[in-house]
Design a protein around this ligand. Structure first.
Ligand SMILES: [Zn+2]
Length: 262
């Protein structure tokens, strides 16, 4: 493992202090109130690349993508996001995962559903919502399947069926890996489950839901399996994208939670 557990534990103190001061001190406020008080709003589609979700300036993205993804193979058909993984949005995502704050997951999932509806990408007659899978060992440890919570709210907002058709082998969490390691291994370990009911993936659009897109390796791995099973169209749908701008912003604030290693 590249980052030692001891190093992460040393960072636990300040991180928890900040979380406590910011959120626990309020005993976790109603999610909609936290969002309103922060004055936060989801991104409009013009501020990010519709192909990879990276933040872009005026005219920087075309139908062929942006400076980050143009010329690169991307096996999803579009990306819809709420914002960059920085400031309040990154804190909320971490609280959903590590403080078990499902209400915020549902609130942001509902907003993501609205952004998807407004995007014009959704095939309401022939689409399903699929959460990015979490290994059962990690779900037991964290006590929340955050992608499932977010995807449930997306499905409810879009009035579309949700199927947990993907599973993932246990392994080192993506957050504990370097970018290179994520790209190399993030797409591995996905498989189909038998939870499709009467549905077949053949010809179906999949709204693939996750909390954060970093290198895109996990989304690419999941999309590969879905398309192999016959899905013709996969829309990557994430709360946040950790692009260069977001990483610069985050370096000014909090370190990643050491609990992410669990
Ligand atoms: Zn792009």
């Amino acid at each position: 493992m590249r980052i030692s557990l001891r190093k992460h534990l040393a960072r636990l103190g300040p991180w928890l202090d900040d979380v406590q001061e910011t959120w626990i001190g309020w005993s976790l406020p109603p999610a909609n109130r936290a969002i309103k008080d922060a004055g936060w709003k989801p991104d409009s589609a013009i501020v990010y690349c519709s192909r990879c979700g990276t933040t872009v300036g005026d005219g920087e993205a075309t139908s062929l993508g942006c400076g980050s993804c143009r010329g690169k193979k991307i096996n999803t058909n579009a990306t819809v996001r709420l914002g960059p993984y920085s400031n309040e949005l990154s804190e909320w995502v971490r609280c959903i995962k590590y403080q078990r704050w499902p209400e915020m997951g549902e609130e942001l999932g509902t907003m993501l559903g609205s952004s998807l509806r407004d995007s014009g990408y959704v095939d309401f007659t022939n689409g399903i919502v699929v959460p990015m899978p979490m290994p059962w060992q990690r779900r037991m440890c964290r006590g929340i399947d955050h992608a499932l919570v977010i995807a449930g709210a997306v499905a409810s907002q879009l009035k579309m069926p949700l199927f947990r058709v993907l599973a993932k082998d246990n392994g080192i969490p993506q957050v504990a890996k370097s970018s290179t390691e994520r790209i190399r291994s993030g797409g591995k370990g996905f498989k189909l489950t038998r939870r499709l009911g009467g549905w077949k993936l053949s010809g179906v659009q999949v709204i693939l839901v996750d909390d954060v897109r970093t290198t895109g390796a996990s989304i690419r791995g999941a999309s590969k399996i879905l398309k192999k099973a016959g899905s013709t169209n996969v829309i990557a749908s994430v709360i946040a994208v950790s692009d260069e701008l977001a990483r610069r912003e985050r370096s000014k604030t909090l370190p990643e939670s050491p609990l992410a290693l669990l």
